[in-house]
Design a protein around this ligand. Structure first.
Ligand SMILES: [Cu+2]
Length: 449
């Protein structure tokens, strides 16, 4: 065990304390007075009623405890795409519910035990749309009280679950991360050639949760490609997907024929075919590359990555803030949909990558939003300085501890660390970050020593 590992473990208790403070207000919000993550009874004679919300890619609540007897399941799709709901052991199924639609299922004479439920649309259950109805004799007194609502977990259960997941982030070995730098081949004329293969692989989103990811070179996000201003670039893309694809250099100046938008600028790259994108890197840039073919499927499923040209200048005015150089640069690719779902760099908490920094150091973050919604990214404690929007340096850096990154946008932000500790870093749309069972999705932390 090296020094880093030791310090990592020793702060375990501390991180949970920090996380509990961070999200304490939210945890209170879903305790007994809450309304949506609840179990309720219409009246005592009708048995239990459970309201279940479907969204990408989550069932809320994931766990519900009910007393034996009839259980009415009121299912509503609060997501943005079609979902359904099944209790396979009882052969109960809703139709495919469009966004906003509801349907009620009745579990007759539920007996003590467990009933699993899930969305049967391919890949949705694997992405998180599953849960468990636990039937317990005399279970939650609130289920038969006049108050109408109770939480589905006790406060102690919630606290335990939150601690468990927070400690897994610290203690579990991490699986492979995507977005690693791709070394180019240097051709005879100096061209930097990058070889990409688009293919579907098994990808671990969070511990034990494996999905079918659509990848460049088997990783999510795709490998980082970086060149200098003036470089000649060739990106050779082999398509091993079951459908056609194309590659768009988002935010990078290229000739029209290299823009990757079939059928306008090229033919689709058929399964098994290869296409080479050639251009000269004319301007410094913070760009991203992604599919522009069936994009609503291919990009959220993983076909996206960072393409960087040149170095980002550090504004001289930030010297006053102690920022004169960059000690570490991180690309942070945001996603919320497809088989990948709510993730930072293709990983869902607690499998997300922690970052180690030292007091006095500066972290440069390039945010890239490849998802379908805006994510306000919040790093606790240090003020962030936005120094570039979409790869273009700002005339005046903007302070921002929270930066709303819309789909397609890139922000370059400098964070300077002045206090040690474990600092949570997460999307501040709270149902992208933490629920009654603890943190999930778009959460990581920076460990400052
Ligand atoms: Cu978010």
């Amino acid at each position: 065990m090296n020094g880093d590992d030791r310090s990592f473990l020793s702060i375990g208790g501390f991180i949970f304390g920090v996380m509990a403070l961070v999200f304490g207000g939210y945890a209170l919000a879903v305790s007994p007075s809450g309304s949506d993550k609840t179990l309720s009874t219409a009246d005592s004679a009708a048995g239990a009623v459970v309201d279940i919300s479907l969204s990408e890619f989550k069932m809320t609540p994931e766990m519900a405890t009910v007393p034996p007897g009839d259980v009415e399941l009121r299912i509503t799709n609060n997501g943005t795409i079609a979902h359904n709901f099944s209790v396979p052991d009882r052969s109960l199924h809703t139709r495919d519910l469009q966004p906003g639609e509801s349907q009620t299922l009745m579990v007759k004479h539920a007996e003590v035990g467990e009933l699993a439920f899930l969305c049967t649309i391919p890949a949705h259950a694997d992405s998180g749309m599953k849960g468990m109805l636990t039937v317990v004799e005399g279970a939650p007194s609130g289920a038969t009280s006049d108050t109408g609502t109770v939480t589905t977990m006790s406060n102690a259960q919630m606290d335990q679950s939150m601690e468990d997941v927070a400690m897994r982030f610290i203690n579990e070995p991490k699986s492979t991360f995507g977005g690693t730098p791709l070394e180019p081949k240097i051709l005879a004329d100096g061209t930097k050639e990058f070889d990409l293969t688009a293919k579907i692989v098994d990808w671990e989103l969070s511990p034990g949760h494996v999905v079918k990811a659509w990848t460049y070179n088997g990783m999510v996000p795709g490998p980082e490609m970086k060149v200098d201003v003036g470089d000649k670039v060739a990106i050779v893309l082999k398509n091993e997907l079951p459908e056609s694809t194309s590659l768009h250099m988002h935010g990078i100046r290229v000739p029209n024929a290299m823009d990757g938008v079939d059928p306008y600028t090229q033919d689709p790259i058929l399964p098994g075919d290869t296409f080479t994108y050639s251009f000269t890197a004319l301007d410094a840039g913070v760009g991203m590359y992604h599919s522009h073919h069936d994009a609503q499927t291919q990009v959220p499923n993983g076909l996206a990555g960072a393409f960087l040209i040149g170095e980002m200048p550090i504004p001289a005015v930030l010297a006053d803030k102690g920022i004169t150089s960059v000690d570490k640069t991180v690309n942070m690719v945001l996603n919320d949909s497809g088989t990948i779902g709510l993730t930072l760099n293709g990983k869902s908490f607690p499998a997300t990558e922690p970052y180690a920094m030292k007091v006095g150091e500066t972290l440069e973050v390039n945010y890239f939003n490849e998802g379908l919604m805006t994510h306000p990214m919040h790093l606790h404690q240090p003020t962030g300085w936005i120094i570039a929007k979409d790869g273009v340096p700002l005339l005046v850096p903007t302070p921002s501890d929270t930066v709303a990154v819309a789909p397609g946008e890139r922000y370059t932000v400098l964070y300077h660390f002045v206090d040690p500790g474990v600092w949570a870093w997460h999307c501040h749309i709270l149902n992208h970050a933490e629920g009654p069972a603890g943190m999930f999705g778009m959460v990581t932390a920076i460990i400052v020593s």
